[in-house]
Design a protein around this ligand. Structure first.
Ligand code: CA
Length: 191
């Protein structure tokens, strides 16, 4: 597997250097930028595996960088670990639910940061594998709506209910009466 690529967004040179050094020792590829504008450019161009994001930054602050990341479909699941200077920033982070995967308050220990990063990356890999698996799940026809055959996968189904020889399939938005018996439905969903 290729080395994982981390984008470090930190305008305090001493912190940036120490963190970059520690990350490289751990085998990560690191790109460091010093303001929010460069951070966004880098994120959309290079697609890093994780972003370490300071909040108080020149040009565009960390809040805006984070909310831009979360608004764009291509980056909305990108893992972000936020570095905050004050506890007021922490409460804002939680209160606005901007979607940081984790955060550390300055001053922080580099070892703690490394541990958090590894945990976030592990979780994100697990989640993207789950999304892939969900896409690979077989789709089965459950009936027709407006003359069109409707297909669902196990992921789409809220619950099923057997009624005599047929089965009702409930999705969050709709329900369908299939001519499949319960066991036939189960076999098709999990072959
Ligand atoms: Ca800063």
């Amino acid at each position: 597997m290729a080395n994982q690529n981390i984008l470090l967004v930190e305008d305090e040179k001493d912190i940036a250097e120490a963190v970059e050094y520690a990350l490289k020792l751990e085998g990560f590829e690191v790109t460091t930028v010093y303001d929010g504008e460069k951070a966004l450019a880098e994120i959309f161009k290079e697609k890093p595996d994780l972003v370490i994001l300071d909040i108080i930054l020149p040009k565009i602050d960390g809040w805006e960088v984070l909310s831009t990341i979360r608004r764009q479909p291509t980056t909305k699941s990108l893992p972000v670990v936020v570095l905050t200077a004050k506890t007021t920033e922490v409460s804002k982070l939680c209160g606005f639910d901007l979607g940081a995967d984790d955060y550390l308050t300055k001053p922080f220990s580099v070892n703690e940061l490394l541990a958090r990063i590894k945990a976030v990356l592990k979780r994100s890999q697990f989640e993207s594998r789950q999304r892939e698996l969900a896409r690979e799940l077989p789709k089965i026809p459950v009936g027709k709506k407006g003359g069109e055959e409707i297909f669902v996968s196990q992921e789409d189904i809220l619950y099923v209910k057997a009624v005599e020889n047929y089965t009702y399939v409930y999705t969050p938005e709709d329900n369908f009466l299939t001519t499949l018996k319960m066991y036939e439905l189960e076999e098709k969903l999990a072959p």
